[in-house]
Design a protein around this ligand. Structure first.
Ligand code: 5RP
Length: 225
């Protein structure tokens, strides 16, 4: 199976958890795209769903597919959110934000009763950190935070797009950092979030209930203990 076939298989398995009249959080990325298309099919087949998107790109695709989109403040809570990940480990810890949507994704995850992560098998790792951790920062403070992260040995790289600093949907910058040498992720998260101007990190340490991985022979469904 190709990685894309694994992504699609995981996405199709995940949408089975969506039931009529649910509020659904829609993730961002190439794996989430398969899920959004499958949600579009559920809606076409008559299911009544209200969806909250995690990015402008996801919102655009969902609207094109006829999915009812609302803003987060229009719902009390989200029943289920389905999203991708850049890496996950055996403890259901994730790195997210490769697609730049980490801030809204993390807000959706925090406000969701049941978070499902869908992924191809390459995202399954023993230890998080081969993928660089995205850190979303306010442009006013990007240079100072870059210098701080460098002094901390985290080798920041400012994310760029077409030779200009990348801007998220919230108009912030992203610094990608190397956490391969870090063992205590909880402490790192607390330390980073104390820095004025760091808005959010792509570490999702405690929100995921279920991980579905596409694999030859059928999807692997991992439940959090
Ligand atoms: C976007 C994300 C994505 O879920 C993550 O980057 C995985 O993307 P893909 O499914 O394209 O591999 O966190 O901010």
């Amino acid at each position: 199976m190709t990685a894309d076939q694994e992504k699609k298989q995981a996405a199709l398995e995940a949408v089975k958890f969506i039931k009529d009249n649910m509020v659904v959080g829609l993730g961002t990325g190439s794996t989430a795209k398969h899920m959004i298309e499958a949600v579009g099919d559920l809606v076409k087949n008559g299911m009544n769903l209200t969806c909250v998107p995690s990015s402008d790109a996801t919102e655009k695709l969902a609207r094109e597919l006829g999915i009812t989109i609302v803003e987060l403040h229009e719902v009390d809570t989200i029943d289920v959110t389905i999203d991708g990940a850049d890496e996950f480990d055996d403890n259901f810890q994730l790195i997210k934000g490769g697609g730049g949507a980490l801030l809204r994704e993390k807000i959706l995850a925090w406000n969701t009763a049941y978070n499902i992560i869908i992924a191809d098998s390459s995202k399954d790792v023993q230890k998080l950190g081969a993928f660089k951790l995205p850190v979303e920062v306010i442009p006013f403070a990007t240079k100072q935070i870059f210098n701080y992260l460098q002094a901390e040995g985290l080798k920041p790289v400012q994310r760029m797009k077409e030779e200009l600093p990348y801007r998220t949907d919230e108009n912030n910058n992203i610094l990608d950092i190397d956490i391969s040498g870090v063992n205590d992720l909880q402490s790192l998260e607390i330390k980073l979030l104390k820095v004025p101007g760091i808005v959010e990190t792509g570490l999702f340490l405690n929100t995921t209930s279920l991980i579905i991985v596409g694999k030859e022979g059928g999807p692997v469904v991992k439940h959090r203990n």
